[in-house]
Design a protein around this ligand. Structure first.
Ligand SMILES: NC(=O)c1ccc[n+]([C@@H]2O[C@H](COP(=O)([O-])OP(=O)(O)OC[C@H]3O[C@@H](n4cnc5c(N)ncnc54)[C@H](OP(=O)(O)O)[C@@H]3O)[C@@H](O)[C@H]2O)c1
Length: 289
């Protein structure tokens, strides 16, 4: 087994590197845009010929949800076109692909958790680019695994947890939307699930949903972040999404049904609040692995 990880400096890529280097040292090649730009077909082909991986874990993505509304070409180039290129190279070289997508493929009109077969209807450029990426990957590589996740955070990069901790320590009040309901996902937990899939005796292709157990609003999440971060002099005030306009429209409800990944790969998923406490402890104590 030899693994090629793309986007290895991102949140998920970094957490995956932490796990793989500890549990399976020496069998993975880690790349980010400085070493391998996944939009560069020739560079992709060259690294495949050089490294001869059995698996590609594609953590590379364009993830700036609001900016994507004004940078749609770049967003589609990375999230759709590059995924098609990667799929073509993988299919030609008989490589298994593990790829990631998002709860933003849904429109949020449901009242019950979305299953993998629920109808998609992305509201944003980012969501559309990711849905197209899923479809093009599975059409070229029917043997691929796609894991949709939601509200990803970690000690690395830019994410909601770090933004709330930063703003909470410099403001007396934070207004956070209370009508967006979903499940936070600790990137370290998702990386652990990725490890389980890679190590599984059976590789079962298709789309899967993964988020931490439990459900909350963005407001609940923000409040839990400040509580866990022991930030006591900042009040979190609930507001409506309608009162907090953003460039990209987000689904109001994006809870994912995770029963398929749990059943297929024997994965146990931690509760979002327990994982948040773990992540904040690591972040505050500068524990990077
Ligand atoms: N973040 C979330 O809340 C969230 C929610 C649901 C699903 N997801 C999905 O989960 C996956 C992992 O997300 P993440 O939060 O870990 O993303 P991230 O932190 O934004 O990391 C993405 C990585 O991809 C790299 N990258 C961008 N363009 C590239 C290119 N052309 N070639 C090679 N690398 C490139 C970036 O490198 P540079 O910094 O150098 O550009 C970055 O290191 C993605 O598929 C994302 O769509 C994320």
């Amino acid at each position: 087994m030899k693994i090629l990880v793309t986007g290895s400096h991102g949140q998920l890529g970094t957490e995956l590197q932490n796990i793989l280097e500890k549990r399976l040292p020496g069998i993975t090649v880690y790349t980010d845009s400085d070493i391998l730009d996944i939009t560069d077909a020739k560079a992709l082909e060259a690294i495949i010929q050089k490294e001869n991986p059995t698996h590609i874990v594609n953590c590379a993505a364009y993830t700036a949800v609001d900016k994507a509304e004004t940078e749609s070409n770049l967003c589609y180039k990375i999230n759709t076109e590059a995924v098609a290129t990667l799929a073509t190279v993988a299919a030609r070289n008989n490589i298994k692909v593990l790829h990631f997508s998002t709860d933003y493929v849904f429109d949020g009109h449901s009242y019950t958790p979305y299953s993998e077969s629920s109808k998609t209807n992305p509201l944003s450029t980012y969501g559309t680019s990711k849905r197209k990426g899923e479809m093009v990957l599975l059409s070229i590589c029917p043997d691929a695994v796609v894991v949709r996740t939601s509200w990803l955070y970690s000690p690395y990069g830019n994410n909601f947890m770090k933004t709330m901790l930063r703003l909470g320590s410099t403001n007396k009040e934070l207004k956070v939307v209370v009508d967006q309901i979903g499940s936070p996902t600790y990137a370290a937990d998702l990386a652990d699930a990725v490890f389980s899939i890679l190590m599984s005796r059976q590789w079962v292709p298709g789309i899967y949903h993964y988020a931490n157990e439990g459900v909350c609003s963005r407001y609940d999440f923000a409040k839990a972040i400040l509580d866990a971060g022991k930030i006591t002099d900042c009040r979190v005030t609930p507001i409506a999404t309608a009162d907090f306009p953003t460039d990209a429209e987000r689904p109001l409800f994006s809870v994912l049904d995770k029963s398929l990944i749990k059943r297929t790969y024997g994965i146990t998923i931690p509760n979002w609040h327990d994982s948040l406490l773990h992540c904040i402890n690591r972040y505050y104590n500068n524990i990077t692995d």
